[in-house]
Design a protein around this ligand. Structure first.
Ligand SMILES: NC(=O)c1ccno1
Length: 242
């Protein structure tokens, strides 16, 4: 898979791209990440200007349509595979595991990172990107949201995690859509806190049963909305938080 990131601050990604999981995936050729500085498409070369004041007044600046559309079209043409264009914005569809799984089926994704007050509306009208949000809050730019999408998607690519099962057991994963069961490792006891006996039993059927129940209880307690319709309890669960 290839990611193309359009941003005014490509250096923001420097440390991120060298972190272990992503670095290994890049080195192994499982993913490619190209960064493109929108300012390289600025018309006004001395100042490399790509933003201007909003018509009708209002605070801040907007990213202009001409450099943005030209940049996106040029970046798209850099590779034979057309890019799935995604614009990061608080107004977009909320990112969740299902969407991450869908994105992971794409061969190429372009992530358009806004800054200031965002893009001129004609960028959206002309390019028709998918708009995705990572949550109901406002960031200073789309770069953190872009890294979030890259992180959530790359780990789902075949071969990246090494043990496919470890992504399938995650909370929200296609395996069960529920919250993950509690996990334990050595030591067996710490400050009086011990590991559940069933996990030490070697009885894989009992362990699987315990884990499924733990997932269900935790999901009922915290995220009843994730439960399949046919398994929603019709009473207040004793652990249900108000
Ligand atoms: N909430 C978001 O995804 C976002 C993207 C850019 N600014 O905020």
């Amino acid at each position: 898979m290839r990611f193309d990131v359009v941003t005014l601050f490509p250096a923001i990604f420097d440390g991120y791209l060298t972190q272990s999981l992503l670095d290994k995936a890049i080195v192994r050729g499982l993913v490619e990440i190209q960064r493109h500085n929108l300012r390289d498409w600025a018309e006004d070369t001395p100042h490399r200007k790509v933003d201007d004041r909003p018509f009708g007044g209002g605070p801040g600046m907007l990213l202009q349509v001409e450099p943005t559309v030209t940049c996106v079209r040029d970046v798209d043409a850099m590779c034979d595979v057309p890019a799935r264009k995604i614009l990061l914005t608080p107004q977009g569809r909320r990112l969740d595991q299902r969407l991450a799984e869908d994105l992971a089926t794409s061969d190429r994704i372009m992530l358009m990172c806004g800054r200031y007050e965002g893009f001129d509306q004609r960028v959206l009208d002309i390019l028709q990107p998918e708009e995705i949000s990572i949550g109901d809050f406002v960031l200073n730019g789309g770069e953190v949201a872009a890294m979030t999408i890259i992180d959530a998607v790359v780990r789902l690519l075949p071969g990246v995690l090494g043990d496919e099962q470890s992504s399938l057991d995650d909370s929200f994963s296609r395996g069960n859509r529920m919250l993950e069961f509690p996990q334990y490792t050595r030591p067996r006891e710490f400050e009086g806190h011990t590991v559940p006996d069933v996990l030490l039993s070697g009885d894989h059927a009992a362990i699987a049963k315990w884990r499924a129940e733990q997932s269900r209880v935790k999901t009922i307690d915290r995220r009843r909305d994730l439960l399949p319709e046919n398994s929603k309890p019709n009473h207040e669960h004793p652990n249900q938080r108000s």
